[in-house]
Design a protein around this ligand. Structure first.
Ligand SMILES: NC(=O)c1ccc[n+]([C@@H]2O[C@H](COP(=O)([O-])OP(=O)(O)OC[C@H]3O[C@@H](n4cnc5c(N)ncnc54)[C@H](OP(=O)(O)O)[C@@H]3O)[C@@H](O)[C@H]2O)c1
Length: 175
């Protein structure tokens, strides 16, 4: 299974701003275009429960696209489950990948947040990272990966300035 993380960050490495629940208050239109084109291209999207809560208003469920939300309490979300489109799981990353691969999925888009990214990176399960850097400094906030001691080594594959203010779209391969 090819696993790609996609994240947005400030210059100082923050992935959240103040108490904003979602990132659309500070992400550029160009980054949003990039993000939603990846969502369109991927039929398996995995996220943490907090990211799900934050992005729920913009999630459009559709047939043929499976979103998996990782939570330690999947039963709590039974009433929100739409089989094949929105499912809740407490599987560890390796189990989840194995099960989804056996269902025929070949690629996974991991959309955060930091805690879930950390779990996948810890076990070297990720192949690539798309990182957008908005030219802002927040001083406080969350990070791309949280809660795990990591030493992930990466190689820059491409970098692109995607608008006038200098938002950067970076693509890394994870070694
Ligand atoms: N800048 C960006 O690109 C970007 C991307 C994504 C998210 N975000 C932001 O980041 C914030 C959320 O990030 P986060 O790191 O706090 O949270 P997260 O990674 O989205 O989710 C954490 C949750 O995952 C579940 N979890 C943790 N360990 C687990 C395990 N071993 N098995 C199953 N489930 C497990 C737990 O849910 P339960 O508590 O339900 O058990 C935990 O509360 C939001 O504000 C969001 O807007 C930013």
């Amino acid at each position: 299974m090819k696993i790609t993380i996609v994240m947005l960050s400030s210059i100082d490495g923050r992935t959240t701003f103040a108490n904003d629940k979602n990132i659309y208050t500070w992400s550029s239109a160009e980054d949003q275009k990039h993000f939603f084109s990846l969502i369109k291209k991927n039929n398996l999207i995995v996220m943490g429960r907090k990211t799900y809560e934050a992005s729920r208003p913009v999630i459009k469920l559709e047939k043929g696209k499976l979103r998996i939300v990782l939570t330690r309490n999947p039963k709590k979300y039974l009433n929100q489950t739409v089989t094949g489109q929105l499912e809740f799981s407490d599987e560890i990353p390796e189990e989840l990948i194995q099960r989804l691969a056996s269902l025929g999925y070949k690629k996974m888009l991991l959309v955060g947040g930091g805690i879930i990214n950390g779990l996948f990176l810890k076990h070297n399960l990720v192949n690539e990272l798309y990182l957008t850097i908005e030219p802002r400094i927040f001083g406080v906030g969350k990070n791309i990966a949280e809660g795990q001691l990591l030493n992930t080594k990466m190689q820059l594959i491409s970098s692109k300035k995607i608008n006038k203010i200098g938002t950067l779209l970076l693509k890394y391969k994870i070694i």
